[in-house]
Ligand binder design. Structure first.
Ligand code: WQD
Length: 344
């Protein structure tokens, strides 16, 4: 039996595939390669002995998904395939709703048709919007979406709640905070198409000489140093959280029986400011990374970090790697791949 990982050739996806392999699970990848390189698959295969079927396809294509379930013995799904740029979602909201909602409906429909009931969904801290309190727990009220990307994740969660309430589907909603870092081998890592929107890949591309400087979006927030606070979580820890969620679904214990759908915060449980991230990255690369203050970015929350006690208690999962490890591992990937997988 195998776990189908949609979006398995992406940054988080590739690390999830490696983590599931290391946990002894067989995996099938489906990816449309719209935001991933086929070279990623070669790198993932370098870290996972044995068979790793890869299907090029769209998780929102019902016929394609039916064929995958016909050809492979799928007993669970980790659904990561989605568009995930906040800025792009503001420019192309309908593309985000089509891609992120249709794929979620399609995957759930095929699973229910085939009697496959274990579903791990890649959600995001963005569903909390601008939280009234921080750290946020899974009971924190989901604020008004700050952008169509966030709205698509909140809607996807609701779609899966409704699907689980009317079928045997059982769903773990994993709310990622800010993934960073790379597998310690330096063979897989973050390789965004075009100029990255996120802080850490931008910092690392400045360190690699691909960008001139880091623009710090706002230095007048009510935080320790005036820059915004986020909960950065090592992508290897995050990936292992998916394996822990599948194990919990397999055991069928606790809330999955009662509610069918359970949300878990996957973060480090602490916040760091933008300047602290830049300082940690500078320490990792061995020189001061150039940066300059600019205006705030519209839609940014001042501060958000996670309370992860539920994941610890029910999944037996906690993030083990700190910010320094994230920066060292991210740099280890970036310096080996200054132009991403194209450097291979
Ligand atoms: C982090 C902090 C910026 C870039 C988004 C999604 C979230 C998740 C991660 C998918 C903020 C500041 C950034 C830069 C900066 N994606 N920043 N200069 O916005 O917290 O979260 O990406 O799951 O769902 O919402 O991440 O890395 O863009 O920003 O100062 O060049 O860094 O203002 O405070 P964000 P980010």
């Amino acid at each position: 039996m195998a776990t189908l990982v949609t979006g398995g050739a992406g940054y988080v996806g590739g690390h999830v595939v490696v983590a599931l392999h290391e946990a002894g699970r067989d995996v099938v990848i489906v990816d449309d390669f719209s935001n991933a390189s086929t070279r990623t698959v070669d790198a993932i295969r370098g870290l996972t002995a044995g068979s790793l079927p890869v299907v090029e396809g769209d998780a929102g294509d019902q016929a394609a998904m039916e064929r995958i379930f016909d050809r492979h013995r799928i007993d669970s799904v980790v659904h990561l395939a989605a568009r995930k740029s906040v800025a792009e979602s503001l420019e192309r909201p309908l593309a985000y709703y089509r891609s992120n909602l249709v794929s979620t409906v399609c995957v759930a429909e095929v699973m229910i048709e085939r009697g496959v009931d274990r579903f791990v969904f890649s959600s995001s801290a963005v569903v909390y919007g601008e939280p009234a309190e921080t750290p946020v727990t899974e009971q924190t009220e989901l604020g008004p979406p700050l952008n169509p990307y966030g709205a698509s994740k909140a809607m996807s969660e609701q779609i899966l709640r409704d699907a689980a309430a009317s079928s045997g589907l059982r769903v773990a909603l994993l709310r990622y905070f800010n993934p960073a870092g790379a597998h310690p081998s330096g063979m897989i890592g973050e390789d965004p198409r075009g100029t990255p929107a996120n802080l850490v890949p931008r910092v690392m591309q400045v360190a690699a000489g691909r960008l001139d400087r880091v623009e710090v979006f706002g230095c007048d927030y009510d935080t320790s140093d005036g820059t915004a606070v986020r909960d950065y979580v090592h992508v290897v820890d995050l990936a292992q959280g998916h394996a822990a969620a599948l194990d919990a679904l397999e055991r069928g214990e606790g809330p999955f029986e009662a509610e069918g759908t359970v949300a878990y915060n996957l973060g480090a449980g602490r916040g760091h400011t933008v300047l602290e991230v830049i300082a940690a990255a500078s320490e990792a690369v061995g020189f001061a990374i150039p940066h300059a203050p600019v205006e705030r970015r519209p839609g940014d929350a001042a501060a958000i970090w996670a309370d992860c006690r539920r994941a610890s208690a029910e999944l037996g999962w906690t993030a083990r790697r700190d910010l320094g490890a994230m920066m060292r591992d991210h740099w280890n990937w970036q310096r080996r791949h200054p132009d991403g997988y194209a450097s291979q």
